[in-house]
Ligand binder design. Sequence first.
Ligand SMILES: NC(=O)C1=CN([C@@H]2O[C@H](COP(=O)(O)OP(=O)(O)OC[C@H]3O[C@@H](n4cnc5c(N)ncnc54)[C@H](OP(=O)(O)O)[C@@H]3O)[C@@H](O)[C@H]2O)C=CC1
Ligand SMILES: CC1=C(/C=C/C(C)=C/C=C/C(C)=C/C=O)C(C)(C)CCC1
Length: 302
Amino acid sequence: MGFTEDFLPVFVSLFQILQAIILWPFPKSKKDLNGEIVCITGAGSGIGALMAKKLADMGCVIVAWDVNVKGNEATVEEIRKNGGEAYGFKCDVTNRAEVYEVAKKSAKLAGDITMLINNAGIVGGKTFMESDDAVIQKTFEVNAISHFWTTKAFLPKMVENNHGHVISIASSAGYFAVPKLADYCASKAAAAHFADSLSMELYKANSAVKVSWVCPYAISTGMFEGFFAKRPWLVDILTPESVVDSVIHGIQTNADRIFLPKILDILAVLQEMLPRNAGLTFLSWGGVLDAMNDFVGRSKQK
Ligand SMILES: NC(=O)C1=CN([C@@H]2O[C@H](COP(=O)(O)OP(=O)(O)OC[C@H]3O[C@@H](n4cnc5c(N)ncnc54)[C@H](OP(=O)(O)O)[C@@H]3O)[C@@H](O)[C@H]2O)C=CC1
Ligand SMILES: CC1=C(/C=C/C(C)=C/C=C/C(C)=C/C=O)C(C)(C)CCC1
């Protein structure tokens, strides 16, 4: 490793922060989402359900996908009750053939999808040695590989129409690794890099189709129940409302990577700068290495 490899990422990040500070007083113009046809995976629960409802209130047509049929139907019903337009489909996003088939049915019923929100996600929450092979595999299939199939299904029409947006709900855990989340962290890093690479391809092709990837800290939906239960620290658990508002703002302003809360942009630079041992001491002192000790996730809710 030389000086350039060690310090270039730090200089680039510092430059980005400086750029953000300089541009702070000049808010970006927001695109109008009225009339967009939005497919949301995992729309039957948590932030997927909330995004569906908020986007419907803004005039979007919602195509809700989930394996959780009851939750998905509840999302669709609530949107319709409030005067919005929504269609629900049972779809297991890990089943490639099903994704392509349900995508066709969705477009037939709702019109060509102009926004895809890859949101469905699962977490095991065990140490690597305790994690079942099947859970590791499923975590990758739901959290990362499914994005390839859903995006393959909808991107061609977006590119053809030179209009569209692909959004990936990744996680800050894809950047800040956490013990007992090896499969989850790795799958989220994969999701974020898939989105990043895709955004470069579309940029290079001069396409108006945009890509955003969202990297939130833990959110109080229940998926991470018990996380940091004993010793909350430095960064507060996020509310679904604040996350969904930030995601929608990010979509409207064509943001690429969206760290939530924003302070993670700075902590990411610090993490790069600190020597590994100092970083581990700091994380151990802050309780991050034990943050998953009391994790129960959704296991008690089902
Ligand atoms: N909650 C958090 O702390 C954070 C969450 N995220 C990410 O945000 C996203 C949403 O999280 P959240 O709202 O909390 O999660 P929820 O568990 O509330 O919702 C996820 C939804 O996805 C569904 N789902 C799971 N597997 C599949 C599948 N194979 N095909 C289709 N749908 C599926 C779930 O169904 P079922 O209930 O049947 O499993 C559920 O309805 C996830 O990708 C998550 O990783 C990112 C950062 C923090
Ligand atoms: C490592 C690290 C941190 C901890 C991050 C954690 C604990 C993230 C957990 C995210 C989750 C649970 C996401 C779910 O999708 C801080 C505090 C930002 C400081 C900088 C280094």
